[in-house]
Each structure stands twice: as structure tokens, then as C-alpha cells.
Write a protein that binds this ligand. Structure first.
Ligand code: FE2
Length: 318
């Protein structure tokens, strides 16, 4: 059984426990989520002017389109206002700012029957935990414009507690940081970077799709198997997502059960604390990394990041 909670009256501890058990949560738009949507629209509309962003793909050549995204996405990700508003959303949702850590907010664009690589890649079925996300990671996702069932993501809840054959064993997060993600803007129409994926076909229907209004916040475990739906809506989907962990969960090893993730490394070093933007303590990152096995490349040093911005653009999945 999978439960979809709408605006649950639960404490943050209760909420996380249910998300770790495979349930999903939707929160109605909050003051800060709507401010983040407004800020994203401002940036996206300026970048694609004079074309309305959801239909700009009809007017631009692929290279031109990708060049716009290559400037837009890092600007949004690293903008102090984006980071401030994510902190506000987490406060709106009742997360403890002294124990809660978050990764940079990503701006996603999923074109319709147009591009499917690099900055516009539509992800095949995956768990974020196949990409070195911690088992206690909670994904937060919100649409920037109206969405429909043909341009959101699909969940496959029967696999939450059931292994799915996959290639995560070949994924090394340190190697991805060193080589893979900087290549995103060079992947225009064909995706050549190896990504964890299903290695056998499994039944994925019926799936579950959640339609929230712009600014409505969908929260789910990073261990959920989910897919970017091939967009046939005729409109590009713009959405924002960010990942969240609670330090007490990291320390206690609490989270979703690992049924099939075998990747190397951890993304924990990318997380910053809500109250003061301090990075995740290096000893916790090192312990998680050691538990995931040795990397083939040297991990980047766990130096403190700048306080007002996050150092790394881009990233993976949603
Ligand atoms: Fe994902």
C-alpha cells in the first residue's frame, strides 16, 4: 500500500518516517514556494524572451535552445535568492532548521518531442539512490507552470521495497563530479554519458502521477523508483527540485531500506544546513562514503563551501 498525504498534520519526524516507508506527500503552495515560482518564471521568461517558455522550443533551433539553458540553469541554481527561498520553503513545511540540510535547487526543463540529452535529458526509470543519494534523502519537487499527466514524472510504488535489476554498481559519484556533469551542455541531441538504469525490462504499469499546481510541493523518498514521462504534451515542463536530509537520520543510519542500490560514493557533501548554510560535517560524509566503498578517483576535498552560494551547478535526476 502506498499512501498519498495531502497537507498532512504530522510532525517532521512522523512525516520523514512515512516517506521512508514509501508514502508520498503533497503540500499546497506556501508563501515561499510561490515566491520561488515567481522568481523562476522571471528568470526563465527573461532568458527565452520574446517566447513564452513552455512553447519557446517551437521557435528555437536545438543548439540555440541548449545555449539558453546552459546560461539559465547555473544562474538559477547558484542565485542567493533561490537558496534563500528554499530555506523559506523548508521552514514553511516545519523542518527543523538546525538539523535539516539541503542541496541546491535545480531548475529542470523537459521539452516535448524535441530534445532528450544533457540539459534536457528525460530520465529513464531510476532511484536517486542509484546515483549515490543517501537513503534518508527526501526529494522536493514543484512545477513552475501548470503540468499535465503527459509531462510530469511517474512513480512505480510496487518497487519501493522490491529490487529492480540495475547498473548502479558502475556509478561512482566522485567520477561523475570529475567528468560527467560538466559535460551536460555538450550533450545536445544524444546522451552519451553512462547513467544507472534498469538492466532488464520490468512491468512499470500502472504507474502513479501526481499533478500539483505551480508551487505545490511534492515530497518523496530518493529511493522511490520514478521515471520522467516522455513529454508529448506539446509544452515544455519547467520544474524545480531540491533534496533534503535530516542530520539525525544520517547519524542514526535511518532512511528507506536499500533494496538494490550498489553505487560508489555519496552526495552528502553537497548538503548545507538550513539555519546557517554550514556544510554537512565532514566526518559524516566520510563515514557515508566509506560505507559505500572506495572510489576509483580521488574525492574532492571536503573544504567548507562559500556561505552564500553553492559551488557546484547542475546535477542529476528528477
Ligand atoms: Fe530522480
Amino acid at each position: 500500500m502506498t499512501v498519498l498525504y495531502f497537507d498532512p498534520s504530522l510532525t517532521d519526524d512522523e512525516r520523514r518516517a512515512r516517506l521512508f516507508a514509501g508514502d508520498l506527500m503533497v503540500h499546497r503552495p506556501t508563501a515561499h514556494s510561490m515566491a520561488l515560482v515567481a522568481f523562476a518564471r522571471e528568470m526563465v521568461e527573461r532568458a527565452f524572451a520574446p517566447h513564452p517558455p513552455p512553447i519557446a522550443q517551437r521557435h528555437l533551433a536545438p543548439r540555440e535552445y541548449v545555449d539558453i539553458l546552459a546560461g539559465l540553469k547555473p544562474s538559477f541554481i547558484n542565485h542567493p535568492r533561490s537558496v534563500e527561498l528554499v530555506r523559506g520553503i523548508l521552514a514553511d513545511l516545519g523542518a527543523d532548521p538546525a538539523e535539516t540540510y539541503f542541496d541546491v535547487p535545480r531548475l529542470r526543463s523537459m521539452t516535448s518531442d524535441y530534445l532528450n540529452a544533457g540539459l534536457t535529458l528525460q530520465f529513464s526509470p531510476h532511484r536517486d539512490t542509484w546515483f549515490s543519494a543517501p537513503m534518508c534523502q527526501l526529494n522536493h519537487w514543484l512545477p513552475v507552470y501548470e503540468v499535465v499527466e503527459e509531462n510530469v514524472m511517474a512513480f512505480h510504488p510496487p518497487y519501493f521495497g522490491t529490487p529492480a535489476p540495475n547498473s548502479s554498481r558502475e556509478y561512482d559519484y566522485a567520477e561523475w563530479v570529475a567528468h560527467g556533469r560538466t559535460a551536460a551542455a555538450r550533450q545536445v541531441e544524444t546522451e552519451t554519458r553512462p547513467q544507472p538504469r534498469l538492466t532488464e525490462e520490468i512491468p512499470l504499469q500502472p504507474d502513479l502521477r501526481v499533478i500539483t499546481p505551480p508551487g505545490g510541493v511534492l515530497v518523496f523518498s530518493g529511493a522511490q523508483l520514478h521515471t520522467t514521462v516522455p513529454n508529448t504534451s506539446g509544452r515544455t515542463r519547467f520544474s524545480i527540485d531540491f533534496r533534503v536530509v535530516n542530520r539525525r537520520d544520517v547519524e542514526a543510519g535511518v532512511g528507506a531500506r536499500n533494496v538494490d542500490s550498489a553505487c560508489t560514493g555519496t552526495t552528502l557533501g553537497d548538503f548545507r544546513r538550513v539555519c546557517d548554510l554550514e556544510p554537512m560535517p565532514p566526518e559524516l560524509v566520510a563515514a557515508a562514503s566509506a560505507a559505500a566503498g572506495p572510489s576509483a578517483v580521488s574525492a574532492p576535498p571536503a573544504a567548507p563551501a562559500p556561505r552564500a552560494r553553492h559551488p557546484r551547478p547542475s546535477g542529476a535526476r528528477s
